[in-house]
Design a protein around this ligand. Structure first.
Ligand SMILES: NC(=O)C1=CN([C@@H]2O[C@H](COP(=O)(O)OP(=O)(O)OC[C@H]3O[C@@H](n4cnc5c(N)ncnc54)[C@H](O)[C@@H]3O)[C@@H](O)[C@H]2O)C=CC1
Ligand SMILES: O=C(O)C(=O)COP(=O)(O)O
Length: 481
C-alpha cells in the first residue's frame, strides 16, 4: 500500500471483510490487484436489473467495492456450473469449488470462513450449520428448490438467499414427457432385458399416449410447461393446485386431488417440499388412482410414500412409476442406492416397469449454464451493490446505481428488526448528510434499508457505520462505496 494510505482510516472488519476506506479516494492506495476504480472494466460488469449489459457512456454505474475483492471468500458445492464459477472468479473473489456436498461436520468447519456459499439441492443449511457461519452474507441456491435452507433463520441473521426460479423447468418437463412414453411402452424393462441378451417382443399392456389423460399435481413453472408439451402429443391434461390458476391450451383445473387421481392415466407431481406435501401420495391416494395407471415424481422425495408405492405396484394397481427424487439422497456420485440409504431401496429396485433416476431432472447443459449465470449475477449484485431483487427471504430492494462520477458517495445498507421507531434513529444518524435516495421495505420481522449518501469523507463513513452498528435494532450493517 502506498504511503498516502497510511493516514486513511480503516473501517473495522464487517463480516470478516477487511475494508479499507482507500478505495474511494485514490487508485494508488488500493491494495487489491483487481478491484480498482480506475479501470472498472477489468472486473466482470454486473448486468443491470433487466439483464442488459451496462451502458458504456462516460458516466456509468459505479462498481461498488468496499473491500478487497480477494478477501471475499466463496465456497461452491455440488458441482456448480463453470459459467457461475467463472463469473465469480472474474470479480477477483477467492472461489473454492467442490464437486459434491459435504457432511454436516465438514460443512460447519468450512462455512465458518466464507462470505458467500453456493449450493444445489443436497446441501442442508440448517440452523445448526448457519449458526456457525459468522461471516456469511449471502447464499446462492444454484437450483429451483430452497427447502434445503432454513430461510427464516437466514433472514433473521441478515443472510440473503437467492435461487434460480425457472431456468431448469423445461429440462424437468422434457424428462417427464420421456418418462410418460417410456412407462407406457415398458421401455426400461425391454432395454434391460436386451442388455442381458434376452429378446422379449411384447405388446400386451403397452400403450400409445395419444388420448390418455395426464394429471399434473402443482401447476407452477414445471407443471404448466409440461401441460403444453403433453397436449402437443395428443394427451388430455387435468391439474390440481392449491391456487386457482389459468389453464393453458385446453387443460382443465380440477377442484380436488381425489378428482385428479381417479381420472388420470398418468399422475405427475410438481409441488414444493412443504409440511402439507409430505406423503401427499400415500395408501389412500393409490387407492383413488385408476387401475393400471402410472405415477411420476420429479419434485421432492418426501412427496410420495415409497413403501405405499411398492405395495401398489406389487398388487398391480399401479402399472409403472418413475422416480427422480428420494427422501434420502447421497451427497455425491457412487454406489449408494442401497438399503443403508433408504430402508426400501432394494425392494424398489426389484420392481418391474420402474424408472429410477439420480435426481437429474434439472441436469442439462442448458439449464446448468443458465442457472450458473443467473445465480452468479445475483450474488455479484448483492455483494457489490446490496440489491436484493430475486431474494427469496428478504424484501426485494433496489436503488438506481451510483454513477462513476460520484466518487465520494456511499451506499448504506442496514438490515434490521422490523420494530417501530427504527427509521427515526437511522435518519438521526444519516440526517447530517445529504441523502440522495433511500428505500426501505420489510418481509415479516426483517426490514432492509438502503440509502445513498453523497459527499461523505472516510471518517464520516466510519462514524455512520459504527452508529448504525450500535442500534439495538441492528441485524447487519454494510457500507459500500
Ligand atoms: N427433479 C429435479 O431435478 C427438480 C425438481 N424440482 C422440484 O419441483 C418443484 C416444483 O417446481 P416449480 O414448478 O418450479 O415450482 P412452482 O413454485 O413454480 O410451482 C409449484 C406449484 O405447486 C403448487 N402447490 C403448492 N402446494 C401445493 C399443494 N399442497 N397441493 C397442490 N399444489 C400445490 C403451487 O401453488 C404452485 O403452483 C420444486 O419445488 C422442486 O422441489 C425443481 C427443479 C428440478
Ligand atoms: O432445482 C431444483 O430444485 C432441483 O431439484 C435440481 O436440483 P440439483 O441442482 O440437481 O441439485
Amino acid at each position: 500500500m502506498g504511503s498516502a494510505a497510511k493516514d486513511i482510516p480503516t473501517v473495522k472488519t464487517v463480516n470478516g471483510l477487511a475494508r479499507t476506506l482507500s478505495n474511494s479516494l485514490s487508485v494508488t492506495t488500493s491494495t487489491s490487484p483487481t478491484a480498482t476504480y480506475s479501470n472498472p472494466n477489468t472486473l466482470h460488469s454486473p448486468s443491470n436489473f433487466f439483464g442488459a449489459p451496462l451502458s458504456r457512456t462516460t458516466t456509468r454505474p459505479k462498481i461498488l467495492k468496499p473491500f478487497i475483492a480477494e478477501d471475499i471468500k466463496i465456497l461452491l458445492l455440488e458441482n456448480v456450473n463453470q459459467s457461475g464459477q467463472q463469473l465469480l472468479r472474474d470479480q477477483g473473489y477467492h472461489v473454492e469449488a467442490l464437486k459434491s456436498s459435504l457432511p454436516e461436520a465438514e460443512l460447519i468447519e468450512k462455512i465458518k470462513d466464507v462470505h458467500v456459499i453456493g449450493i444445489r439441492s443436497k446441501t442442508k443449511l440448517s440452523e445448526n450449520v448457519l449458526r456457525e457461519a459468522k461471516h456469511l452474507i449471502v447464499v446462492g441456491c444454484f437450483c429451483i428448490g430452497t427447502n434445503q435452507v432454513d430461510l427464516e433463520y437466514a433472514a433473521n441473521h441478515g443472510i440473503a438467499v437467492f435461487n434460480s426460479p425457472f431456468a431448469n423447468s423445461r429440462s424437468v418437463a422434457e424428462l417427464v414427457i420421456a418418462e410418460v412414453i417410456s412407462l407406457a411402452r415398458q421401455l426400461g424393462d425391454r432395454s434391460n432385458e436386451l442388455h442381458k441378451g434376452t429378446w422379449n417382443k411384447v405388446s400386451a399392456k403397452c400403450w400409445e399416449i395419444r388420448g390418455k389423460t395426464l394429471g399434473i399435481i402443482g401447476y407452477g413453472h414445471i407443471g404448466s410447461q409440461l401441460s403444453v408439451l403433453a397436449e402437443a402429443m395428443g394427451m388430455s391434461v387435468i391439474y390440481y393446485d392449491v391456487l386457482n390458476l389459468m389453464a393453458l391450451g385446453t387443460a382443465r383445473q380440477v377442484p380436488t386431488l381425489h378428482a385428479l387421481l381417479n381420472q388420470a392415466d398418468f399422475v405427475t407431481c410438481h409441488v414444493p417440499e412443504l409440511p402439507e406435501t409430505k406423503n401427499m401420495i400415500s395408501v389412500t391416494q393409490f387407492e383413488q388412482m385408476k387401475e393400471g395407471s402410472y405415477l411420476i415424481n420429479a419434485s421432492r422425495g418426501t412427496v410420495v410414500d415409497i413403501p405405499a408405492l411398492i405395495n401398489a405396484m406389487r398388487n398391480g394397481k399401479i402399472a409403472g412409476a418413475a422416480l427422480d427424487v428420494y427422501p434420502s439422497e447421497p451427497g455425491g456420485n457412487g454406489d449408494y442406492f442401497t438399503n443403508s440409504l433408504n430402508a426400501w431401496a432394494e425392494d424398489l429396485r426389484s420392481l418391474k416397469n420402474i424408472i429410477l433416476t439420480p435426481h437429474i431432472g434439472g441436469s442439462t447443459e442448458e439449464a446448468q449454464r443458465a442457472i450458473g449465470v443467473e445465480v452468479g449475477d445475483a450474488l455479484v449484485r448483492y455483494v457489490n451493490s446490496g440489491v436484493t431483487l430475486g431474494a427469496v427471504n428478504l424484501p426485494e430492494v433496489n436503488l438506481r446505481s451510483l454513477m462513476s462520477d460520484e466518487q465520494n458517495h456511499a451506499r448504506v445498507i442496514y438490515i434490521h428488526h422490523n420494530v417501530p421507531g427504527v427509521l427515526r434513529k437511522v435518519n438521526e444518524i444519516l440526517g447530517d448528510h445529504n441523502v440522495d435516495k433511500q428505500i426501505t421495505d420489510n418481509k415479516g420481522d426483517v426490514a432492509y434499508l438502503m440509502a445513498d449518501v453523497s459527499d461523505v469523507s472516510p471518517t464520516e463513513i466510519k462514524e455512520i457505520f459504527e452508529s448504525l452498528e450500535a442500534l439495538p435494532s441492528r441485524i447487519m450493517t454494510r457500507v459500500l462505496y
